[in-house]
Design a protein around this ligand. Structure first.
Ligand code: FAD
Length: 475
């Protein structure tokens, strides 16, 4: 960029913060007056059937925070509801902007939408500046020696780490250029009701909101990051960072997180950095193998596996009533909070596919509707990993045993009891397989199996044989 731009529009999307924000930084640095906007994209909202969707509520709180912060600086946030293809050019015209700044989104719908907008603006000689912001390395930045994208995580991670160490992490200091924010006052933020939604339970379940919430989570996690290598596997203890929703909506910066991981330089922090790299890995899979967005398996030979797809079993899984306590606890956590611990996502996804013989796409869709941190790339990656259809997936004959997983990762049954209170009176042996202990002595057992809590809906041993046959026969 050579010339100073008179006035610019920054379009916030999944980067809902004002610090270390690449598009905002470049706009502020190169313009005399910067307007910030957010559009509730009607094409995305129309697809959301749950009216008290926690994600819309999370976004709304983040916008409220940004608006208040901009107001303190004499500026404001423009928030509109509608089709960005129409609204962005009209805002450009209304505020007499000479350029549009945005951070890239890697999903097909967003890429097409953004291209349509930049093409339209180009006709009027208005430049669109697009930046990499939501990942550390994107698209084709990390390639194999043959110049092709990686499809296996470990070598990808090694190259990624080398690049981080060689190049370092650059953050973007928006603060220094904030005088270039446009001084104006806009209308107040629409209520959730005005955009067709309702309040969710995010405040009552105490999800830390906005950038302030994200930064508080970071500070808290810094005290635990060095133990992450151990504590990350146990859903019953506070081991992970709980930052995924902030990564999803960009209320914190991924570069900031990577820097923290590097600064701690411990076993825990390097394992945590690996998780951030998994995130990049799945984003580059999305960019380089876009067919996964069409409901296809990464490995085409697994596209038409003949799953049983029993609706009743699916409904038991959805409602946390499978009779497998660890599975039920995780699903109830998801339904009541929108979050699920990673260990449980793995167990529960594997259970749906390999114990219930249900198409992984059903589970993927359910998670997409209910996870507050839902991100297509990580969700699709996680499901295809569990279903053994993905790029670097577990082989189909590796099947999690829900009982062993439960005994290993929730040994006292602490997590199970939090979400399945009907099992509260069981001891640490009984809690993982109540039906077995009930059958030994039904009259003395503290839980009435079949009434208070269901018997297991399948036999793991039997289902294991079936899923192995299903894979073998399809391939
Ligand atoms: C079936 C399945 C579905 C999943 N769906 C999603 C999803 O929709 N959105 C999502 O953000 N993560 C998803 N994950 C990955 C992971 O479970 C969550 O990112 C993690 O549980 C979030 O908790 P945290 O923020 O405390 O993570 P931490 O353990 O503290 O990890 C730090 C960050 O790294 C990223 N991360 C961690 N693990 C992964 C991973 N395996 N893949 C990609 N990024 C990762 C997240 O941004 C996370 O916030 C899924 C995993 C599985 C197995």
């Amino acid at each position: 960029m050579n010339n100073t731009i008179n006035s610019s529009l920054v379009w916030l999307r999944r980067d809902l913060r004002l610090y270390d924000h690449k598009a905002l930084f470049h706009a502020l640095k190169n313009s005399n007056a910067v307007y910030c906007c957010f559009i509730f994209d009607i094409k995305i909202l129309d697809k959301l059937s749950i009216k008290n969707d926690r994600r819309i509520d999370f976004i709304w709180h983040a916008l409220k925070e940004i608006k208040a912060d901009l107001n303190k600086l004499g500026s404001d946030l423009i928030v509109e509801l509608g089709d960005p293809v129409i609204l962005i050019p009209s805002l450009i015209e209304k505020y007499k902007c000479n350029a549009l700044f945005l951070n890239k989104d890697y999903e097909k719908y967003a890429i097409d939408r953004d291209n349509r907008i930049s093409d339209e603006l180009q006709k009027k000689n208005i430049e669109t500046y697009k930046y990499k912001d939501q990942v550390i390395f994107e698209e084709r930045e990390i390639l194999t020696q043959n110049n092709s994208p990686y499809t296996v995580f470990t070598p990808y991670k090694n190259t990624h780490l080398k690049k981080i160490f060689n190049e370092g992490i650059t953050q973007f200091d928006c603060e220094s250029y904030k005088v270039n924010l446009a001084k104006f006052k806009n209308k107040s933020l629409q209520s959730l009701k005005e955009i067709g939604f309702e309040k969710s339970n995010i405040s009552s379940i105490k999800i830390p909101l906005g950038t302030q919430g994200g930064l508080a989570l970071i500070e808290d996690f810094k005290t635990r990051i060095n133990n992450y290598n151990y504590s990350r596997n146990f859903p019953g203890i506070k081991g992970v960072s709980y930052l995924s929703v902030h990564n999803r909506f960009g209320t914190v910066s991924i570069r900031h997180l990577a820097k923290i991981a590097l600064e701690h330089n411990s076993e825990g922090s390097s394992i945590w950095l690996n998780e951030l790299i998994w995130r990049d890995f799945y984003f580059q899979i999305l960019s380089n193998f876009p067919h996964i967005q069409d409901g296809e398996t990464f490995k085409s030979k697994y596209n038409n596996l003949k799953f049983e797809n029993d609706e009743k079993k699916f409904s038991a899984w959805v409602n946390g009533k499978t009779g497998f306590p660890i599975v039920d606890a995780g699903m109830r956590q998801l339904n009541s909070t929108g979050f699920m611990h990673n260990r449980l996502r793995m167990i529960i996804a594997c259970f749906l596919v390999k114990d219930l013989l249900i198409d992984w796409r059903w589970g993927e869709k359910y998670f997409a509707e209910h996870l507050i941190d839902f991100d297509f790339s990580a969700n699709n990656g996680g499901w295809q990993w569990a279903a053994s259809t993905g790029c670097d997936a577990q082989p189909y004959f590796r099947i999690f045993n829900p009982l062993l997983q439960s005994e290993k990762f929730d040994p006292e049954g602490k997590f199970i009891k939090r979400y399945v209170p009907e099992l509260e009176l069981l001891n640490k042996k009984q809690i993982h397989q109540p039906s077995v202990f009930f059958n030994e002595s039904p009259n003395n057992f503290p839980v009435k199996m079949g009434l208070d809590y269901p018997f297991p809906i399948v036999s793991h041993a039997e289902q294991k044989l079936k899923i192995m046959a299903l894979f073998k026969n399809t391939v």
